[in-house]
Design a protein around this ligand. Structure first.
Ligand code: HEC
Length: 143
């Protein structure tokens, strides 16, 4: 490839990328690929007993007390190397993308300030009993 053609290609890519990144859906999908799918897979399905399913499950937590907080305080989310606004957008996207059926009608999307506050209290080892507590509540209301 001549260096001139190469340069034109590079310029075309540089010009194209802001458009791609400005598309929220594409940006959130890319963030999922980079930060989350190593554990949660591209399609959000479970890995044995190790990693729970996001697909068809994750929005259920929004039906019980403490569930909304849990979804951000869970270590993989709270400690993700993302700004608060980007993390809020990612979580909103994840809920709609992987589990739209359980999304409550009254759901108010996460905003940066709420995410910022929740991230100051990331769950440590207590994530396991806290998750168990929420699952028990979900079972009780058959959600
Ligand atoms: C190192 C592996 C790993 C990475 C990376 C990871 N997670 Fe997780 N995630 C888990 C595990 C394991 C759990 C179960 C709770 C726990 O033990 O932390 C979980 C739980 C969750 C939950 C709560 C659902 C439930 O059923 O407990 C959400 C929501 C979530 N992850 C989203 C994300 C998002 C979004 C990202 C990327 C920013 C991410 N995770 C990155 C492993 C990971």
């Amino acid at each position: 490839m001549s260096s001139r053609v190469h340069l034109l290609l590079v310029l075309a890519l540089v010009q194209a990328s802001p458009t791609v990144l400005a598309d929220d859906d594409a940006q959130n999908r890319l963030t999922w690929m980079l930060q989350c799918q190593g554990c949660h897979r591209a399609d959000g399905t479970a890995t044995g007993d190790e990693v729970p399913a996001i697909a068809g499950q994750v929005s259920r937590f929004l039906h019980v007390d403490g569930g909304r907080e849990f979804l951000v305080r869970v270590p993989g989310v709270a400690t993700a190397p993302l700004g608060d606004a980007d993390l809020a957008a990612l979580v909103n996207w994840m809920l709609a993308e992987f589990d739209p059926d359980h999304l409550p009608e009254s759901f108010t999307p996460y905003e940066a300030a709420e995410v910022a506050a929740l991230r100051t209290r990331p769950l440590g080892p207590e994530v396991v009993p806290e998750r168990q507590r929420l699952m028990t509540q979900l079972k009780a209301i058959s959600k």
